[in-house]
Design a protein around this ligand. Structure first.
Ligand code: GAL
Length: 336
């Protein structure tokens, strides 16, 4: 009899506890987002899509999502302060596009102490930092895959119409290379593997010159202007680590009234896609931005609500979401 009584009490206690946790289930979440810079075209594209995704999530789940978005203006110190502020404001989770991907330890320290999970994106922290806590995630693209796709688009065109790539038909494609920030994991890998893919695809190539333009259109435009003067009638192909620098090269080509040179980029930004539509940019490699941004949002929301991540977002090593990518090429060159 005594046993049955105790069992009854335990059952009652259990059901009442469940009732409390139901009532306490979160109906709103707050996400702190810090961008390495606010004037980067690709990052701005991502920002707008994350904002759309947050509204979509709110509509579908009935959970209110507050986004606090800050720009770090290229300063790691500013970003560290933003993280501190997000935590003091009670953010449930942080989405960080780090300024210096090799210097995220302070952000991680603060987040770990406060028990606030972090979803990093686009600028990949070093593995040693990522391994410090099981509440650290990363959303991005595989840099080698990007570069191989970029090289592949030229190899494919060369096989179909060699004269569309080897403009002077001397059997060698002479190219210049525009590189992004030296500290970014994407720059080195993109530079190396786009060229390697051309070689593997048996396109004879010759590097005329190259330079670092830090992802920026104006810096790339200045470099290209200089190269057009230094190497007149020589450049057949411009390989750019991103669309903005590719557009800078196109600006310089237009100013110098040089036509026919192929320019390839990466990102599939809005202005990049417009240039492809107009036949100015041969092509680009674009991550599925919809998926990229919903992965960031869903990961953040599932951390904030302490729920499992939906199955559509498989994580490598329970940490990394690698977004699929595709080639987008101008129809004008494909079907001359
Ligand atoms: C790269 C992108 C660049 C720039 C950079 C910022 O992945 O291709 O355009 O946005 O990230 O970290």
């Amino acid at each position: 009899m005594k046993r049955i009584f105790i069992l009854l009490i335990v059952c009652l206690l259990l059901t009442s506890c469940q009732g409390v946790s139901k009532e306490e289930e979160k109906t709103s979440i707050r996400i702190g987002i810090s961008l390495y810079r606010g004037d980067d075209t690709f990052i701005n594209n991502i920002r707008s899509i994350i904002e759309e995704k947050a509204k979509e999530y709110e509509r579908e789940s009935g959970i209110k999502v507050t986004l606090d978005i800050q720009e770090a203006k290229g300063s790691q110190n500013t970003q560290n302060n933003q993280v501190e502020r997000f935590i003091s404001l009670g953010c449930d989770v942080l989405c960080i596009n780090p300024v210096d991907r090799t210097d995220t330890s302070l952000i991680i320290d603060k987040a770990m102490t406060a028990g606030v999970p972090v979803v990093f994106f686009n600028r990949q922290p070093v593995e040693e930092d990522m391994n410090r806590w099981d509440k650290l995630f990363y959303v991005g693209v595989d840099a080698k895959e990007t570069a191989v796709l970029q090289g592949q688009m030229v190899v494919d065109l060369y096989r179909k119409q060699p004269e569309a790539v080897d403009l002077n038909e001397d059997g060698v494609v002479s190219y210049v290379m525009l590189e992004g920030e030296t500290s970014h994991q994407d720059s080195l890998i993109r530079t190396e593997w786009s060229v390697q893919t051309l070689k593997d695809g048996r396109v004879s190539i010759e590097r005329i010159t190259g330079g670092i333009a830090n992802w920026e259109r104006s810096q790339a435009s200045a470099l290209m202007e200089q190269w057009l003067t230094e190497y007149p009638d020589t450049i057949e192909l411009v390989i750019s680590n991103n669309d903005d620098m590719a557009l800078g090269a196109i600006d310089a080509l237009e100013r110098a009234q040089v036509t026919g040179v192929n320019v390839i980029g990466i990102d599939g930004t809005t202005p990049g896609l417009e240039a492809i539509e107009n036949g100015k940019l041969l092509g680009t490699v674009s991550a599925n931005k919809d998926l990229y941004c919903s992965a960031i949002l869903e990961l953040a929301a599932s951390c904030a609500l302490e729920k499992a991540l939906p199955e559509e977002y498989p994580l490598t090593d329970e940490t990394y979401f690698w977004t699929p990518q595709e080639i987008i090429i101008t129809k004008i060159k494909e079907n001359p």
